[in-house]
Ligand binder design. Structure first.
Ligand SMILES: *Cc1c(COP(=O)(O)O)cnc(C)c1O
Length: 455
């Protein structure tokens, strides 16, 4: 069949509230044109993030009821541990309340002044946790990963030549090498098996551990199955196991590919690091058999890990993201190509060339999208990255708007509605004006800045 359907039916519904354009104009004004300041009840289609926004299945909700809340040694922990180990056979599996807590523990152990952590592209919390220990976070993405229009299968690949060169000159300063799958900050682009295997070989030469930042491991495995020679006939589980067979550890946000609303873990083989990690865990997260989570959360993760590797799910997931991206490409809206796993990134600077970068074309587009249809996306551009530590303003590399797709939440007609809103907006885009910042905090301004629209 050509039609790829949502491989589930709906048992419990969450009503959406429609708003009029006039209402949205008022709501935006009250929010100072910052979409983070909107009440989510006033958003019709919320594409702000795919993190923690998944819909859980009947089996996951049944698991929630089964959750055992014993402080130590709960059977829910052992079910969680077995489910993780089925895919990622690490010796030590340490639950945390979300991904950044695992990062904090890992870099507390191995980071610090003078240390250097290579990654294909650090996600922002990963970078922040590296830098919080005074270590340096370096991105070693292959150059093709930086060209938004280039069609290539594995634009998340690490530059292994650059990695080897770094290890040759800075080996004693590099405690761990990381690869993020899929590469979230680089457009959700996948990393090939050959690249993970190659990174492992380089690491082995220098006796360094390789860790995966594995938030979207299942989406990455699906891309390997579709795009990499030799994997078409392998099961997703086999591909996932092979990916992790090259790794010595991982950090995970369960809010992504474990299909739950909260959770994460750190997994690794090294006994000494594991002991240090558990000691830190007890300090800030909790006892090692719950690590900042309830027993019911651990149960939901255990089931989510079985569901996320189902091929019907992954085919629907990746196809529905591509469906939105391809429709936008067809109407001439410039996006980062090819479409990644979890989000579409619109190149607002290219779409609205009449708006100077100083008037934030990404923010202007995000505001306009909410006005047009109650759709909430997220500016990833000069508003987010433009302000420098010395207070000056430098344009970001790109002005993007990210539309992240929550897992199993919206149907095709919701996506068709988004496409229709874009068609209308695109036809009148020359009338869109930019904005300026009326007030901003000293750091992380995109969350709380107040904007004024250019008249
Ligand atoms: C979300 C994410 C994290 C952080 O996880 P949280 O659960 O949000 O703390 C780390 N790395 C990547 C690639 C992510 O997408």
């Amino acid at each position: 069949m050509k039609t790829i359907i949502e491989p589930f039916r709906i048992k419990s519904v969450e009503p959406l509230r429609m708003t009029t354009r006039g209402e949205r104009e008022e709501l935006l004004k009250a929010a100072d044109y910052n979409l983070f300041s909107l009440k989510s009840d006033d958003v019709l289609i919320d594409l702000l993030t795919d993190s923690g926004t998944s819909a859980m299945s009947t089996r996951q909700w049944a698991g929630v009821m089964r959750g055992d809340e014993s402080y130590a040694g709960s059977p829910s922990f052992f079910r969680f541990e077995a489910a993780v180990r089925e895919l990622m056979p690490f010796k030590h599996i340490i639950p945390t309340h979300q991904g950044r807590a695992a990062e904090k523990i890992l870099f507390t152990i191995c980071g610090g002044e003078g240390m250097v952590i290579p990654n294909n592209t650090h996600f922002d919390t990963t970078r922040a946790n590296v830098e919080a220990t005074s270590a340096e976070a370096v991105n070693l993405i292959k150059p093709e990963g930086l060209d938004p229009q280039l069609e290539a299968p594995f634009k998340g690949d690490m530059d292994l030549g650059a990695l080897e060169a770094r290890l040759k000159t800075q080996s004693n300063r590099i405690p761990v090498v990381m690869i993020t799958v899929t590469n979230n900050s680089g457009g959700g682009q996948p990393v090939s098996m050959a690249n993970i295997r190659g990174a492992k070989e380089v690491c082995k030469k220098f006796n360094k551990p390789l860790f995966l930042d594995a938030c979207r491991f299942a989406e990455n495995a699906w891309f390997i199955k579709q795009r990499e020679a030799g994997y078409a006939d392998k099961s997703i589980k086999e591909i996932v196991r092979e990916m992790f067979s090259y790794a010595d550890g991982m950090t995970m946000s369960a809010k992504k590919d474990a299909l739950v609303n909260m959770g994460g873990w750190l997994a690794l083989n090294d006994d000494t690091w594991a002991m240090e990690a558990r000691n830190l865990l007890i300090l800030t997260e909790g006892f090692p058999t719950y690590g900042g989570l309830s027993g019911r959360d651990l149960e939901a993760i255990a089931v989510g890990l079985e569901e996320v590797i189902e091929e019907d799910y992954l085919e629907y997931r990746i196809t529905s993201t591509a469906y939105l991206g391809d429709a936008l490409t067809q109407m001439g809206v410039p996006i980062v190509r090819p479409t990644g796993g979890h989000a579409i990134y619109i190149d607002a600077r290219a779409m609205l060339p009449h708006i100077p970068v100083a008037n934030y074309p990404g923010q202007a587009l995000a505001v306009e999208l909410y006005l047009a249809g109650g759709i909430r996306g997220c500016e990833i551009g000069t508003v987010m990255f433009g302000r420098q530590a010395d207070g000056s303003e430098v344009p970001a590399d790109m002005d993007l708007v990210r539309l992240a797709i929550p897992r199993r939440v919206y149907t095709q007609s919701h996506v068709d509605y988004v496409i229709e809103c874009f068609a209308e907006l695109n036809a009148g885009k020359d009338r869109i004006k930019g904005c300026r910042i009326a007030w901003e905090p000293p750091a992380l301004r995109h969350f709380t800045a107040k904007f004024a629209m250019v008249a």
